[in-house]
Design a protein around this ligand. Sequence first.
Ligand code: TYM
Length: 353
Amino acid sequence: MSSATPAEPTGGSAPAARPRVLSGIQPTSDTIHLGNYLGAVRQWASLQEEFEPFFFIANQHAITVEHDPKKLLERTYRSVAQLLAAGVDPARSAIFVQSQVPEHSQLAWVLECLTGFGEARRMTQFKDKSAKVGEGAVSVGLLTYPMLMAADILLYRPQYVPVGEDQRQHLELTRDLAQRFNHRFKKTFRLPEAYIPKSTAKIMDLQEPRAKMSKSASSPSGLIDVLDDPKITAKKIRSAVTDSDTVVRFDEENKPGIANLLRIHSALSGEEIPALEERYAGQGYGQFKKDLADVVVDFVAPFRERTLALLDDRAHLQQVMAKGADQARAVASRTLADVYDRVGFVAPPPERR
Ligand code: TYM
């Protein structure tokens, strides 16, 4: 968890009975990968008790790069189904799709006008992608991506934003923009904290254990796609890159492959890493990987079954999205009304208030 102290909730809306959590995932793949699950989605399910949760599918972020509309639509459904399969419960959490809540784009515009052009260009994601293909080949949407993400968050005045390590810079910009707005106009936004449990903050690629597991990985064998055929998943685990040593020991610096596998094992089995080191002392890597493959399959196989069953009932998924969008709009519209008032926009006509 980040060390920042949350500010008191401020602004016109009544404080929530329970502090809020909010997070999002892009529907850019047919299946979430193990990094998405362990780094983020699993926390979403476990935070539902204590917090008032808002979780959404970031389909507007997904069009900042070239996309196929049919796939985007299908992946939006698949993402909702996977959240449900992971235990995110629509009776307890608002589960919604970003484009169904227009306040996200509306607040993003205001935040874009508070962000320096140089500040936006320096964000790692834009810098890296534009360095790869050239600034002429990336969209303005990629440049303004972080301001849309800040809007996603600030609209709900959450206390925590559970994400993986790769989102930390976006969270920092969000806090800067919230502070800037509060300072320039009137205290409106709560400063959200990143919620990043250290042990699963960065799950690494199985073939390149010094790079994070990512959907844009250079080779599919480094990526555990949760909805893949479990047999393929087991094979990928068994052929994960390790090192020329034989001791199962947690040493991120010198043995990044084994360290990553230990983290995955511990996260899914609940066994502490030192206990695993002890159990595999003198056994070599073969047995450890074989057992880990079983642990991972025990998780992915039922997850896959649940997701595929949920995907058979589109009407249910649509109901979940519709209910979530209503819950989200009820909160987001109040924050946006405060923002519009504070920046000096005329109030909307009475029938729309
Ligand atoms: P996205 O869709 O890339 O990833 C979803 C979540 O998965 C986490 N994650 C990982 N965690 C650990 N190890 C990994 N290898 C790994 N890979 C991905 C990500 O950190 C993320 O939490 N910009 C966001 C989506 C977004 C969002 C938001 C998130 C849009 N608006 C508002 C929070 C709040 C993204 O692209 O996540």
